[in-house]
Design a protein. Structure first.
Lengths: 607, 283
């Protein structure tokens, strides 16, 4: 009995922290219809500012809190001013991509300054615990509860009684009407971002103190948890976000009590997917509302694709085919082989995110499914490698489509959240399903690539194999885009309501896109497994998903050739310039931000 | 309930948003070949009514019958399959698609060779056919393209010279035309036009009016939302007037025009008496 009380208290305290993040997300969503994927990064920034204050400056608790709040709010203001305000009149995909880019830039900057190693963030309160009923409650718990309740109250007073608060609520209800009544929407955005960032940063510091540990990997988790809480409460609903945070905290706490810690995140994501599917407007939404109306603007920036002459394409093809015959180092060949593997992933993502408009953030999960299938088939059942790779592609197509299918009814930002969560679920399942996946140990001794009984071992033969597979996949994709299905995909992306009115079933075509794209990604993962000879649950991670997204944006959404050009540029060039690994993500993030701002159609244009 | 002679019939159709009843117990019948216009002030519920009929929104109460068969709450995809086509008030073209592709999407529900009617593996067969493209698929596509050119030719040289341009590059009026062309490509039995002339100048409106008259003469059944009363009076067999979600009048042009309730709805409550007084000496 007593332990249950403890779990409840723990759930409520952690829930309070989630609620702080979620409230910020809800405020921002309310005003700008934007899910701020950088919220978790602000939380990390806040945690590290707290660490600097506590450990380096040795500030007293009250000063620490003020310092974290003010500094985080400043970060929020900077993000709003330089990251998002320039995109106000862009296509709807632009701010979504921008917050993703900002998140990676912030995380990497923190990582470069403080190193990725975890740090201890000691609580500045004496460790006194009170007996409450059968459980105990510490001073820090009380502080967290106090911060949670008082910020909720402050926010309530601000929104209800101050002039600026009125402006925020007016802008949330009807942005255009508010603007016409003289509300300065830029100022509202500033205020909202500052408040959201202050709460997020504060939450980061408190979480650090609660677990006495901070690291940069917290960012993604915090974004996910905050988004889960916010969506559960109903996007844009501030009191709902508080309730959603508390509920999430309790669900996780009880889940851990019943099944163990390694399942903690699984419950969060299952809760998210459940809510998205069953009550996409949140648990507390009133009756059915009008569907959020995309007006005449399209999801992606309008552009015309750049048409390269056929002879140029054939020349490039010939150069890349003949390259291994020239005296190039095997390092160059390996780098390009890697580019071809990413090219296959980018082909898949450019179809899903670019052609159909489902911006997937969990695409690495498709790699993982393909890789594990191919590896297990060849190791356990002695399948020939090439057959195993094809099976990996098919499994990715089938399983990936099945997993994503609950989110087919979602649009825009929600698709990105759902795919991010599904990606995490896949990696959690791989980690926990030991009898099949061998859990954290991973699979070793995966046989090398082979074709018709001949092992492909030399750098040149592997290079050719990957290049040919990628070119074949690209050609099939071009053929698909030229058919009525390609037309239907693009129509769904541009306006799904009009598409439905003309008989296009969203489920059918989104499923086809994920089946087709899943196959390419699965094949890429399968080949990678045989190249690496060892894989585990961390081989395919969010980093690759983000790199693939940057490649796709660089090349041009939906642009098949662009996906390949983008891969060579983003995978190849950092190698050529020998850029250290820890700077690469930073560069990808910056490239993504610059593209969104200055060339949203990418190098070769949206198709 | 619904007499078979009616192509479309609505009975007690109701939709509430929170405390607001946007569409309040609307009854409406539309015989084959008829052109009925719905008029009324902004916010009267006209577009919501269209959304209810075309499945984009579901009614809280009431029924819709097409040809005597219930279609209440059917998805828009299914309704497209039943040859119900609509245009949108704000002009929803597919911005990045060419004019040709936009209109071809209109014919999507008619594609046969690429849509094998097999459950479960139907989508996979469709994928296979789209990639392999046997002769039946290519000839159907070619025939549709011919048809699209014929439809575009109805708009004179407004669209044909721009057939390969992306829709986002078109003028506003041309986008509205593309929408109508897309609707025609469905070969609809019932066409719902939501303010087809919004944002058009007088000569463009004239052109659109001639086109709608032509479609009517060809026997197409049309439900029209329009604010330009001249056009409504000339084209409609019957006019339905909505205000605050309710049907306040229905009948032939002149009848409706002189109905005091209609005048009140348009001029605002309290003003109607004054306007009626003004009218009297004139007549």
């Amino acid at each position: 009995m007593s332990s249950w009380l403890d779990y409840t208290i723990n759930g409520l305290i952690v829930g309070n922290l989630y609620a702080l993040v979620a409230v910020g997300l809800a405020l921002i969503f309310g005003v700008s219809r934007l899910i701020n994927f950088a919220q978790g990064s602000i939380y990390v920034v806040g945690a590290y500012i707290g660490w600097v204050a506590v450990v380096q400056l040795r500030t007293p608790l009250a000063v620490t809190i003020v310092l974290v709040t003010v500094a985080s709010a400043l970060v929020g203001l900077i993000i709003e001013r330089f990251g998002l305000r320039p995109l106000q009149n862009s296509a709807r995909i632009a701010p979504l991509l921008a917050t993703i880019g900002i998140s990676f830039v912030l995380d990497q900057i923190v990582m470069l300054i403080f190193s990725p190693n975890p740090r201890a963030l000691p609580s500045q309160l004496p460790d006194i615990r009170f007996q409450v009923g059968g459980g105990t409650i510490g001073l820090l718990d009380l502080l967290i509860a106090g911060v949670g309740i008082s910020s909720a109250l402050l926010l309530f007073v601000f929104l209800r009684f101050s002039k600026l608060g009125w402006a925020v609520r007016a802008a949330a209800q009807d942005r255009d009407a508010a603007m016409q009544m003289g509300v300065d929407v830029n100022r509202v955005n500033q205020v909202v971002f500052a408040i959201a960032a202050a709460l997020g940063g504060l939450s980061g510091t408190l979480v650090g103190m609660y677990y006495n540990q901070i690291d940069t990997a917290m960012s993604l988790q915090a974004t996910l948890k905050g988004v889960v809480a916010e969506v559960v409460g109903g996007a844009g609903n501030v009191p709902g976000a508080v309730a959603g945070g508390l509920l999430l905290g309790l669900v996780e706490s009880y889940g851990v009590a019943l099944f163990g810690t390694s399942y903690r995140n699984l419950f969060a994501f299952l809760l998210l997917i459940g809510v998205l599917v069953l009550r996409p407007n949140g648990l507390f939404a009133s009756a059915r509302q009008l569907p959020p109306e995309p007006l005449t603007g399209t999801f992606v920036a309008p552009s015309r694709p750049v048409r390269l002459p056929l002879w140029a394409l054939l020349m490039a093809f010939a150069v890349f085919v003949l390259l291994p015959l020239f005296p190039v180092s095997s390092y160059v060949l390996q780098t390009l082989t890697n580019a071809w593997l990413f090219g296959m992933l980018a082909l898949s993502l450019t179809l899903v995110a670019g052609t159909v408009g489902q911006v997937s953030l969990g695409h690495a999960a498709l790699l993982a499914i393909g890789a594990y299938t191919s590896a297990l088939l060849s190791v356990n059942l002695a399948f020939p490698v090439s057959v195993a790779i094809i099976c990996g592609g098919l499994m990715s197509a089938a399983l990936g489509t099945l997993l994503i299918s609950p989110s087919f009814r979602l649009r825009g930002h929600y698709v990105s959240i759902a795919t991010l969560a599904i990606g995490e679920i896949v990696s959690l399942v791989i980690l926990n399903w030991e009898p099949v996946t061998r859990g954290p140990i991973g699979i070793s001794g995966i046989p090398p690539l082979s074709l018709f009984g001949y092992d492909l071992i030399g750098a040149a033969s592997i290079y050719w194999f990957c290049f040919v597979v990628m070119v074949l996949l690209a050609l099939v994709q071009v053929r698909l885009l030229g058919s009525h299905i390609g037309r239907s995909f693009r129509a769904i992306r541009d306006d799904d309501v009009a598409a439905r009115a003309y008989g296009l079933s969203l489920n059918r075509y989104k499923a086809l896109a994920f089946i087709f794209g899943g196959f390419a990604a699965g094949v890429s993962g399968g080949i990678a497994a045989h190249l690496y000879s060892y894989i585990n649950h961390e081989t395919f991670n969010t980093q690759q998903s983000i790199l693939a997204l940057t490649i796709v944006i660089l090349g041009g959404l939906g642009n098949v050739l662009g996906a390949i050009v983008g891969s060579v540029a983003l995978v190849g060039l950092p190698e050529v310039f020998r850029i250290a690994a820890e700077y690469r993500i930073l560069i990808y993030g910056i490239v993504l931000l610059l593209l969104v701002r200055f060339r949203p159609q990418g190098l070769l244009g949206t198709i | 309930m619904a007499q078979p002679a009616q192509l479309l019939s609505l009975r007690g159709l109701t939709r509430r948003f929170g405390g607001l009843t946007a569409v309040d117990a609307i009854d409406l019948d539309l015989a084959a070949g008829e052109l009925v216009s719905i008029i009324g002030p902004n916010g009267a519920g006209k577009t919501t009514l269209f959304n209810l009929v075309t499945g984009l929104d579901r009614p809280d109460a009431g029924e819709v019958h097409l040809d005597g068969h219930p279609i209440t709450g059917l998805s828009p995809e299914k309704l497209a399959g039943k040859a119900v086509a609509r245009t949108f008030q704000l002009g929803r073209v597919f911005g990045n698609l060419s004019v040709m592709d936009n209109v071809l999407i209109g014919a999507h529900a008619r594609l046969s060779a690429v849509k094998p009617d097999v459950p479960l593996i139907g989508p996979l067969l469709e994928l296979g056919l789209a990639l392999l493209r046997p002769a039946s698929v290519t000839s159907e596509e070619e025939q549709l393209r011919e048809e699209v050119r014929a439809i575009l030719a109805r708009f004179g040289d407004r669209l044909l010279p721009r057939i390969d341009q992306p829709a986002y590059s078109l003028s506003y009026a041309n986008r509205r035309r593309v929408e109508i062309a897309r609707a025609l490509a469905l070969k609809p039995r019932l066409l719902l036009l939501d303010e087809p002339t919004a944002g058009m100048n007088p000569s463009e409106t004239e052109e659109m009016q001639a086109l709608v008259a032509e479609l009517k003469a060809e026997g197409l059944t049309i439900l029209l939302i329009e604010h330009k009363l001249d056009m409504v009076m000339r084209l409609s067999d019957r006019i339905v007037v909505m205000d605050e979600g309710r049907k306040i009048a229905e009948g032939a042009g002149e009848e409706v025009r002189n109905d005091p309730k209609v005048i009140e709805a348009y001029l605002g409550h309290g003003l109607s008496r004054a306007s009626a007084d003004q009218r009297e000496p004139a007549t």
